[in-house]
Design a protein around this ligand. Sequence first.
Ligand SMILES: Nc1ncnc2c1ncn2[C@@H]1O[C@H](COP(=O)(O)OP(=O)(O)OP(=O)(O)O)[C@@H](O)[C@H]1O
Length: 581
Amino acid sequence: MRLMLDFFRAYPGHTVFMLVALLLSGIAEGIGLSTLLPLINVALGQDVSQAVTGVATSGAQRDFEQKVLDVLDALHIAPTLGNMLAILVVGVLIKSIFLLLAQRQVGYTAAQVVTDMRLAMLRAVLRSRWEYFLHQPVGKLTNALATEAQRSSTAFVNGATAITFFIQALVYGAVAFALSWRASLVAIGAGALVIGLSHFLVRITRKAGSRQTHLLGALMANLTDTLQSVKPLKAMARDHLADQALSGDTRRLNRALRKQVLSAAVLDSAHELMFTLFICLGIWVALERFSMALPTVMVLVVALGRAFSFFGKVQKQYQKLAQGESAYWSMKSAIAEASANEETLSEGVTPTLEQGLRFSDVSFGYDGHSVFRSLDLEIEAGCLTTLVGPSGSGKTTIIDLAIGLLRPDSGSIAIDGVPLQEIDLRAWRGMIGYVPQDTTLLHDSILHNITLGDPELDEAQAESALRAAGAWEFVERLPQGMATVVGERGGKLSGGQRQRIVIARALINRPRLLILDEATSALDAESEEAVRNTMESLKGKLTILAISHNRAMVQAADRVYQMSAGGALGLDAEARSGLAK
Ligand SMILES: Nc1ncnc2c1ncn2[C@@H]1O[C@H](COP(=O)(O)OP(=O)(O)OP(=O)(O)O)[C@@H](O)[C@H]1O
């Protein structure tokens, strides 16, 4: 129930509304129910006032029935069969209206819960530090957004339904108590025994639920990774290896599901059997041992039977809550963890980039493994600077440091002399056009892939960005032009075409710094020439930092830095001039 308290704290208004509606519905039901005993007496043809003084009628029953009659009298309602049936029906009607209101509120809150949790998770992950983000499997995030959020909301509905049933059980219990407190106490004891005996089934379900949460997270993470690399697996006939790994997870998940289903079914059957047993025993004791009046026993059986049934339902709903609860805690802790790793972006000086970006004596390593030490680098404003060097020498790392995604272990990175840690990073990144190595596109139109849905960008701007990226010619030839949908991850376009779309995306915002990370590797000679001409024409208007082994990019560069393997950086003048030729 810790989950319900958490929800109540998060949505106090919704909770008050729901609880008040539930209480009112319970009261309405109680009022309808309280007419049951006089109603049966009338139906059996007994004079109600005589039945009240009947031999086998106990003091409590007499009091109860007399109170009901007094209330009817005060309201000038004759205790006739028709009137009492009408009160019963009106009671149930009012109860149903309040119950409907309460359930509507529960439904709305549940929908709100899923939405809020999904948004909180998305925001927390998107705002987290890059190093943290890199360690998050995409499948885990997808699973949290799709499955865990939904399971959390279902757990909330189960908890709210348990409260509804609990209130109804209390109403029936209270009516039974007013009739015979002894019989009710015995029944409560019996009910508590049944619930206590079957609590181990709730524990089994809770464990199975936690296991499901864990296994689903792992399965989705594996699945996403596998699906992203399915082409080489199929090409090398190794898809069965992925199949084996995934089917292992799926089978473990199946075992957890079976445990959950079995414990739910056992709880159902056990409740029915034990409650029936206790009610039969109760009827026998009431009639044979205590010689109670039949109408009283009948009302007691209805009231206690319903109370039993509702308590059973409370436990069943609680069992379901226990099954989904782990998803809620898992998602909450993931949100808290991501929030604790949030980057501070919008504080500090707004950058200008009039002189350039300078790395001075910068050292950096991942998890204690040094990539480079004492790196000095100057990216002059308005110039094209190209980084070349062997794979793994740290070129992409330099770019990540320049963007502020990573922080140096020592040394300083400054924009126009202002250290990066004193810069408003959001403003800085707003000045950057970035073309990554991996040119995966969104499954949407070319236009959307360039504007990314920014309402301030129009088709004309997209066209000029496409022209600047040397992509207009092929886009124009497509049957639907910029409206062409590029397929899953841009799969309907060639690697070179995708690269040019991504370059256009980077150019459309008129960046002050354009970063190209191996952005021209998949271009043919003609497109490469087009991009080179673009770079030449952009030089002076904006600053360009490129990683490229491409001759054109090296030749067009104002300055080339040669990275050397082994972690150290050397600004090799000879190699630079050699490369530039
Ligand atoms: N997130 C990371 N965690 C740990 N190590 C990393 C991470 N990213 C990169 N590295 C390591 O840092 C080193 C430099 O990587 P980087 O990607 O900067 O090299 P690169 O010169 O851009 O390589 P390439 O030309 O192959 O893209 C490599 O040895 C790499 O294994």
